[in-house]
Design a protein around this ligand. Structure first.
Ligand code: HEM
Ligand code: HEM
Length: 231
């Protein structure tokens, strides 16, 4: 019985690890890349939003359920379960190694990303599908939202992007050890450097996407719906 439980948790842990990279990690990289179309202007960003909303519903929902929502939900819920059992050792001076801090930050970033994504998905994807109004996730609405209330939502988004990028980048390093891709100490140090580059590059990509919302005037036809974006 004990073996069965251990074996089962081993399987779910491996699946949790895999879903962090495929498909969730890949989804986030493509998502931030497409969002960075804001830098090229409102028409380019709105083109992406309109492309997804023009997909036949059976294709769109199959993609969302099997590639995005399903794996993300599993990864998030199992991740919260792992975090609740984690023993970070951060308060013990003898264990205050860099790896130990990075391990703890990954769990904290997971919890923060969880809260951020509930808010983010509810106010974008879910809200636009429930109301049938896709303009509420187009350029003008984002510009309005990110600049109102003293830029508070811009700050929240910058933190959400940074936490997600840290979580994924540290995750890539951990994943390579867990799956036996980096075995020697030298290869693990090399992968750590790569993870740092990933963290900086992905954060800049996401922040660039957010900066893009402040760079241009929205399309005239969209301005009237800008205030519809729910908070
Ligand atoms: C630069 C900041 C971001 C912007 C401008 C942004 C924009 C959007 C938009 C417009 C949607 C709605 C898509 C649609 O319904 O067609 C969306 C959905 C979503 N975003 Fe983001 N996002 C950002 C950051 C993130 C981050 C860091 C994550 C972390 C993984 C994330 C995960 C998601 C997920 C899971 C959905 C729901 C997928 C769907 O139903 O289409 N987003 N985002
Ligand atoms: C939504 C809330 C999330 C929570 C609560 C969460 C939680 C966790 C936890 C606790 C771990 C460590 C597992 C371990 O070391 O045993 C982890 C690993 C990981 N997460 Fe997440 N995560 C979340 C979202 C995400 C997102 C959005 C991504 C991708 C952008 C992601 C990618 C990864 C990766 C790549 C790993 C490393 C897998 C490994 O250790 O082998 N996670 N997550």
């Amino acid at each position: 019985m004990a073996t069965a439980i251990t074996r089962e948790s081993y399987f779910w842990h491996k699946l949790h690890s895999l879903t962090g990279i495929i498909p969730v990690g890949f989804y986030m990289i493509q998502h931030l890349t497409l969002n960075s179309f804001t830098i090229a202007g409102p028409e380019k960003f709105n083109g992406v939003v309109r492309f997804f909303s023009s997909l036949p519903p059976h294709v769109l929902y199959a993609l969302l359920i099997f590639v995005v929502w399903g794996p993300l939900l599993f990864h998030a819920i199992y991740g919260l379960f792992i975090s609740s059992r984690a023993m970070p050792n951060l308060s013990n001076a003898a264990y205050r190694w860099r790896e130990n801090r990075m391990y703890t930050f990954q769990r904290w970033s997971g919890i923060f990303v969880f809260a951020f994504l509930i808010y983010h998905v509810a106010t974008t994807s879910v809200a636009s599908k429930v109301t049938g109004n896709h303009e509420m996730i187009e350029y003008a609405a984002w510009q309005h939202k990110l600049t109102e209330h003293g830029y508070i939502w811009l700050i929240v988004y910058m933190m959400g992007v940074m936490a997600s990028c840290y979580h994924l980048s540290y995750g890539i390093w951990n994943f390579c050890i867990r799956w036996g891709i980096t075995i020697s100490e030298k290869s693990q140090v090399r992968m750590q450097k790569f993870a740092v580059i990933c963290f900086v590059a992905l954060t800049l990509l996401g922040w660039g996407a957010l900066a893009g919302f402040l760079m241009h005037k929205p399309e005239a036809s969209e301005v009237h719906v800008a205030r519809l974006l729910p908070l």
